[in-house]
Design a protein around this ligand. Structure first.
Ligand code: MTE
Length: 326
């Protein structure tokens, strides 16, 4: 059933950023920040699509960052234009064209609360956090439960680094994350039948797995608001709804949280939500997916754990009785 192409995530060289281009872009980005834009910058810095990050963000100087070559893909990257204009971010509406509305979200300053079962509860300023973390770029696949997918260059840092910084107690079994709920700028919050704020959770083993990644950038720039600025999660072996955006708190707890989608429709969305092509969702086949920017006829097979089996399958040993794939 599964088409295993080489190792699950090997990337054609053409899609990776060569190291010399990384260095040229960094130098150019610094030159541009320092003074008038050089005409010569044109061919290297492609025109930003509408709603891409503009380079005026407070952390723009940090990007691009070096790519970690341990995480490669089996397909080409999705065009940036598709990724920044086709979004799920229900706080701004239950349709995909929320990019313009999301620009109103206030993200500077941004504080992340660390609470619950930790040695000491505290608040961390995002700017301080991102400047203290080892930033890297990772090429990851992303598979939405709606059966579309994308392949993107996220920048950020391992979630384990944030967990270590939070110093959870040994009794903590889960980490629960919450999205900003700002009624002034998020029109979706006027729909009271949705259980705001958006909440997601991981087991401690999942959160400290090497694939769990805190995203701060996308396509070599700060992550745009519609994609979850300034801090979102990427857990690429799970359906996309687990990758919570615009995180304002991490709560460490002993009990499993009821997550946003689970509260809305528990028969369709569960806590684990690991990608599995053989377990259909009531409304969408999970056997295949449409990469963003491609036609229906270009659908590709979906892979178990979205192709990341070797990294994560062991996390679920002994949990076979759990509904791991919904
Ligand atoms: N996080 C919040 N706070 N609100 C949301 O509606 N949608 C999820 C996830 N994170 C969502 C969210 C879903 S269903 C998907 S597929 C991804 O974000 C989409 O991420 P993207 O818009 O960057 O492609």
């Amino acid at each position: 059933m599964l088409t295993k192409v080489k190792r699950g995530w090997e990337l054609p060289e053409s899609a990776a950023t060569p190291e010399d281009v990384f260095h040229q872009r960094r130098t150019l980005a610094k030159a541009i920040a320092a003074g008038p834009i050089l005409a010569a910058a044109g061919p290297l810095l492609a025109a930003a699509p509408a709603f891409a990050a503009k380079g005026e963000e407070a952390t723009a100087d940090l990007y691009p960052v070096m790519q970690n070559k341990n995480y490669v893909l089996d397909r080409e990257l999705t065009p940036e234009k598709e990724v920044v204009t086709f979004n799920n971010f229900y706080e701004f509406g239950s349709h995909k064209q929320i990019a313009r509305a999301a620009q109103k979200m206030p993200i500077d300053p941004w504080t992340i609360r660390i609470q619950g079962l930790v040695e000491e509860e505290r608040e961390i300023d995002f700017d301080t956090l991102v400047r203290s973390m080892p930033l890297e770029e990772r090429l990851y696949r992303h598979r939405c439960v709606e059966a579309w997918s994308m392949a993107v260059p996220w920048s950020g840092f391992p979630m384990k680094n944030l967990i270590d910084m939070a110093r959870p107690l040994g009794s903590a079994k889960y980490v629960i994350m919450e999205t900003l709920a700002d009624a002034d700028t998020m029109s979706g919050l006027r729909q009271p039948w949705y259980p705001w704020p958006y909440i997601e959770g991981l087991t401690m083993a999942e959160a400290t797995n090497e694939l769990a990644f805190m995203v701060t950038g996308l396509y070599g720039k700060p992550v745009p608001k519609q994609n979850g600025a300034p801090l979102r999660l990427a857990v690429p072996w799970k359906y996309g709804f687990k990758s919570i955006k615009s995180i304002v708190s991490l709560t460490f707890a002993e009990g499993r949280p009821a997550t946003y989608w689970e509260k809305i429709q528990p028969s369709e969305y569960g806590f684990w939500a690991n990608v599995n092509p053989e377990v259909p969702h009531p409304r969408w086949t999970q056997a295949t997916e449409r990469p963003l920017g491609k036609k229906e006829r270009d659908r590709v097979p979906t892979l178990l754990y979205n192709g990341y089996t070797e990294f994560v399958a062991h996390l679920y040993d002994g949990l076979e009785n759990e509904p791991l794939y919904m």
